[in-house]
Write a protein that binds this ligand. Structure first.
Ligand SMILES: *Cc1c(COP(=O)(O)O)cnc(C)c1O
Length: 454
C-alpha cells in the first residue's frame, strides 16, 4: 500500500495521470478521490471513508471485492505461464477451458468465443467479423451496421462509432462510414403522448424503416444493448424486443447483442439474450467476465457465423496480442466457477433482484422522482421537476450531479446520467446491504429536495 498521504497522491495524480472521460481543467480544480481498498460491496478511500459501491466499480465487479480465489488463480497462472499468444497455431489451457465454460452458459446456438482485452475491442471485433462474414457469403455490399442513438459500445473509433453518444461523435469526426443510428426505445424521456407499448413498437419499426431506406443488400447487422447501461439504464417497453425479432426474421441481417453489462448474471440470467429470448449472432462481452479483477473481453459467436468462416476458409486478419491472455483467462475461469458453485445467477433471479426492485420501487413516492425502473440488479431513478408532466429541471445534469455528490458524501456510489440516477451493485449484495442502499438513497433525495427548496 502507498505510504504517501492523500494530498501528496493528489498532487502527483494531477501532475502525471490523465484520467479517462474527464474534463482535465475541471478535475485539476476539484481534486481526486483516491480509492485504496475494497471488500464485498464496500470501498474505502484514502481518508478512511467507507462507501457502498452501488455501481460494482463500472458495472463489472459482479462477485464483489476481496475474493482471494481470483487473486490466487492469477498468481498461480503467472508463475506457470504468464503470457503466451494464440496466434500461429498456439493456444493455452486457461483460454481453452474458459471458452468451453462460457459456451456452456451461453445460448445453445453459440459455442465459440473470440477473446479480446476489453468491451471496446470486442466491438471492433464485431465490426470486422460482420464484414468478414458477408464477404465470405459473397455479399460484400452488406457493410452497414445499424445502431441506436444514445447506445454505448465503447470508446475506440469503432466502439464510439457504433455507440450513439453525440458528444463522443463530435470529438473525432465520428461515426466512421457504414454505421447509422436509429432512435432509442426510451419511453420516459422520448415517448411523448404514446403509451409505453405503442412507443416500443414505434421505436422498433424505425429499424425496419432504416433497412428499407438503405436497402437490404447494404445492411449487415443491427447492434444493441439489451438494456442500455451508460445511456441511463434504459429498459425497452415490453413490445420492443418482440417487434425487433419480427423484423429481423424478415430480413437477412445479423443480430449483435452487446452483453458487456448485461452478461454474466446482471439480469438474473447468464445473459440478457436469454432474459429476452433473443437469438444473437454475435455477443460482445467484457466487464463481469472476470468481475473486473483483470481486463478481458470477448465476442461469443454463433454456429452460423463460425460455420461460414470454417467452410470458406481464408485467414481472418484480426486479433490482439492479449487475445486469450492466460492470467486473465484463469481469473475468468475462477470467476465462472464461483458464479456456478455459489449459484449467484440464481441468487440474483430469485432473491436479490426481486428484493432490490421492490425496495427501489418505493422511491417513486418521493416528490423528486418521476419514475423508477429496473431489471435484475440494474436500476434507474428519474429526477424531475414535475411528476405529472415528466418535466425536467432546467440545465440538464445539474440536479443529477448534485445528487451524485450527495450520495458520495453519504457513503453511497450511484452514477448520474443527466438527471437519471443509476445503480448496478455487485450481484452478491445482501438484503441488509440493499436496505442500506435504499435508505441512503431516500436520505440523499431528501437532501437534494432541501437544497433545491422544493
Ligand atoms: C463498458 C461497455 C463497453 C466498453 O467496454 P470497455 O471495456 O470500457 O472498452 C461496451 N459496451 C457496453 C454495453 C459497455 O457498457
Amino acid at each position: 500500500m502507498s505510504k504517501l498521504n492523500t494530498a501528496a497522491l493528489q498532487a502527483m495524480d494531477a501532475a502525471h495521470y490523465l484520467h479517462p472521460f474527464t474534463d482535465h481543467k475541471d478535475l485539476g480544480a476539484r481534486g481526486t478521490r483516491i480509492i485504496e481498498r475494497a471488500e464485498g460491496v464496500y470501498l474505502w478511500d484514502s481518508e478512511g471513508n467507507k462507501v457502498l459501491d452501488g455501481m460494482a466499480g463500472l458495472w463489472c465487479v459482479n462477485i464483489g471485492y476481496g475474493r482471494t480465489e481470483l487473486a490466487e488463480a492469477a498468481y498461480k497462472q503467472m508463475l506457470k505461464l504468464p503470457y503466451y499468444n494464440s496466434f500461429f497455431q498456439c493456444t493455452n489451457p486457461p483460454a481453452i477451458e474458459l471458452a468451453k465454460a462460457i459456451a456452456e452458459v451461453a445460448p445453445e446456438h453459440m459455442n465459440h468465443v473470440f477473446f479480446t482485452g476489453s468491451g471496446s475491442e470486442s466491438n471492433d471485433t464485431v465490426l470486422r467479423m460482420v464484414r468478414r462474414y458477408w464477404d465470405l457469403k459473397g455479399k460484400p455490399g452488406k457493410k452497414t451496421i445499424i445502431s441506436r442513438v444514445n447506445g454505448y459500445h465503447g470508446s475506440t473509433v469503432a466502439g464510439a462509432s457504433l455507440g450513439g453518444m453525440s458528444v463522443m461523435h463530435e470529438q473525432g469526426d465520428l461515426p466512421i462510414p457504414g454505421i447509422v443510428h436509429i432512435p432509442q426505445p426510451y419511453w420516459y424521456g422520448e415517448g411523448g403522448d404514446m403509451s409505453p407499448d405503442e412507443f416500443g413498437i414505434w421505436a422498433a419499426q424505425q429499424l425496419e424503416a432504416k433497412i428499407q431506406e438503405l436497402g437490404i443488400d447494404q445492411v449487415g447487422a443491427f447492434i444493441a444493448e439489451p438494456i442500455q447501461g451508460a445511456g441511463g439504464v434504459i429498459i425497452p417497453p415490453d413490445t420492443y424486443w418482440p417487434e425487433i425479432k419480427r423484423i429481423l426474421a424478415k430480413y437477412d441481417i445479423l443480430l449483435v447483442i452487446d452483453e458487456v453489462i448485461c452478461g454474466f448474471g446482471r439480469t438474473g440470467q447468464w445473459f440478457a439474450s436469454q432474459h429476452y429470448d433473443l437469438k444473437p449472432d454475435l455477443m460482445p462481452i467484457a466487464k463481469g467476465m472476470t468481475s473486473g479483477y483483470l481486463p478481458m473481453g470477448g465476442v461469443i459467436v454463433s454456429d452460423r457465423v463460425v460455420e461460414t468462416m470454417v467452410e470458406h476458409g481464408g485467414e481472418f486478419y484480426h486479433g490482439y496480442t492479449y487475445s486469450g491472455h492466460p492470467a486473465s483467462a484463469a481469473v475468468g475461469l475462477e470467476n465462472l466457477r464461483i458464479m456456478r458453485d455459489e449459484k449467484i445467477v440464481e441468487y440474483v433471479r430469485e432473491e436479490a433482484a426481486p428484493y432490490l426492485q421492490e425496495k427501489i420501487a418505493g422511491l417513486a413516492e418521493h416528490r423528486l422522482v418521476g419514475e423508477v425502473r429496473g431489471v435484475g440488479l440494474l436500476g434507474a431513478i428519474e429526477l424531475v421537476k414535475d411528476k405529472a408532466t415528466r418535466e425536467r429541471f432546467p440545465d440538464k445534469g445539474t440536479v443529477g450531479t448534485l445528487c451524485r455528490d450527495l450520495c458520495v458524501a453519504n457513503g453511497l456510489v450511484m452514477r448520474a446520467v443527466g438527471d437519471t440516477m443509476i445503480m448496478s451493485p455487485p450481484l452478491v449484495i445482501s438484503r441488509s446491504e440493499i436496505d442500506e442502499l435504499v435508505d441512503k438513497a431516500w436520505k440523499v433525495l431528501d437532501q437534494v429536495a432541501e437544497q433545491l427548496g422544493v
